[in-house]
Structure formats: C-alpha cells, structure tokens
Design a protein around this ligand. Structure first.
Ligand SMILES: Nc1ncnc2c1ncn2[C@@H]1O[C@H](COP(=O)(O)OP(=O)(O)OP(=O)(O)O)[C@@H](O)[C@H]1O
Length: 214
C-alpha cells in the first residue's frame, strides 16, 4: 500500500524554487533517505510535505492524518516531565503507548525529570519518543539523529525498523548511515532548481515558522 506519493513537485524557500520536478512514492514497510549537500532543499521538502508551506507546483498524496513530523527543534514542553510530555501527546493523538515509548527510547530512568533539565541528546530521545506515541504511519524526520550518541542512534534505528515492520513508513533527511538495509536513498541533486536568471521559478515569500512537530 502506498502511504505517500509525490508527483512533479516544486518546492521553494525565501521566494525561490529550490527543488523542482520531484517524484517518488513511499509504501508501507519502506524507508526513504533524502541525500544531498547542505542547502539543497531537504528541510524545505520536508516542511512542504508536512504542510508548513505550500508547494509551488505538483501534487502530494497521503491518507488523512497519516503523518508525524519531527523537525530540527525538539518542541518539548519545558516544565513538564518526560512522562508528562509523552502523556500530553498521547492525549492529543488518543493513543496509550507512553510506556512502550519510554522503554523504546530508554527514557525510564529520566521519566520524572523536567524536559528543560535534559541534555541535548536526552531531549532528542524524548522528541523521537513522541513519534512513537502518535501512532501515525508516516514518519517525516529532519536530521533525527542530531545530538545522539552511537547507542541512541542504534535505539532510533531499531525503533524505525519496528515501525516499518508494523506497516509504517519513514522519510528522513540524514547525513549518517543508520544501518537500515531496507532503506532506499533519494539523491536530490538531479532535482536542484535552476536560478531565476536561467528560467527557474519564483515562489511567494515564506516566513520561517518551523513547527517542531505535527
Ligand atoms: N528562511 C529562509 N529564507 C530564505 N532562504 C532560506 C531560508 N531557509 C533556507 N533557505 C535557503 O533555502 C535553500 C534550501 O535550504 P534547506 O534548509 O531546505 O536545505 P537543506 O538541504 O535542508 O540543508 P542542510 O543539509 O544544511 O540542513 C538554501 O539555499 C537555504 O539557504
């Protein structure tokens, strides 16, 4: 079953097209890793898929309420504990997977600590644990392993693998190899947009709201 499909998509940032003519699809059980140098447009593409900015052209198809988006920011509730943060999201998404998420991202020992007191890597683990409580099938993740040590990267890779095995899918921008043999790579270089002086598109100005999580 196809969970996400993208046809002839053009995305823009700051009023300029950055990627054009993109097409790909993501089936249940599959992971797709976006590759490309800094500035090619990985974040712009993910923000567009998450609905934070409109595409310049093309079509995005996805079942309703299928996506969980993890941005650069962890978007935690600073004064709530680790457990309370997860319970908050579980209430929003009407799931009951807080205990499993605490275990999967190795957060048990930290469950009563306020989010603001966590280290950067611990905050990121909590940010990723939120994905697990959404119960949503399509994970769209921007540099999910930033700040994680090797053991935590392995935990995250295991969580992705379990998500795929249970019928989910994942689209990720990451510069590191997660060791997911089932992941495909999408090289964005061929889709780099031409500059306006060479006939490339101009888009509307977009503001810089970076919703941490949807
Ligand atoms: N708020 C903004 N206003 C104008 N231009 C922007 C803005 N944010 C990003 N850009 C530009 O849009 C282009 C695409 O940026 P984007 O963040 O999508 O790249 P990226 O592939 O995610 O890069 P990285 O690997 O460094 O995270 C870059 O040329 C960048 O300079």
């Amino acid at each position: 079953m196809t969970l996400l499909s993208v046809e002839t998509l053009t995305v823009s940032r700051g009023g300029l097209a950055v990627l054009e003519g993109l097409g790909f699809s993501l089936k249940a059980g599959r992971a797709l890793v976006l590759r490309g140098p800094n500035g090619i447009g990985k974040t712009t593409l993910l923000r567009t898929l998450a609905g934070l900015q409109p595409p310049l052209a093309g079509k995005i198809s996805m079942p309703p309420e299928a996506m969980a988006y993890g941005a650069h920011a962890d978007g935690l509730k600073a004064t709530l504990s680790v457990r309370e943060n997860l319970a908050f999201w579980a209430a929003i998404y009407e799931t009951d997977t807080v205990e499993a998420a605490l275990d999967q991202m190795n957060l048990r020992a930290l469950e009563h600590r306020a989010a603001m007191s966590l280290s950067a890597g611990q905050k990121r683990r909590l940010g990723l644990a939120r994905l697990l409580v959404t119960g949503r099938p399509v994970w769209v993740l921007d540099e999910p392993t930033v700040s994680l040590d090797a053991a935590s990267v392995a935990l995250f890779a295991a969580a992705v693998r379990a998500h795929l095995a249970s019928g989910g899918a994942a689209l990720m921008a990451t510069h590191i190899d997660l060791g997911l043999e089932e992941a495909e790579i999408l090289d964005l270089a061929p889709f780099k947009a031409r500059p306006p002086e060479e006939g490339g598109h101009r888009g509307a100005f977009d503001h810089d709201f970076d919703g941490a999580f949807l």
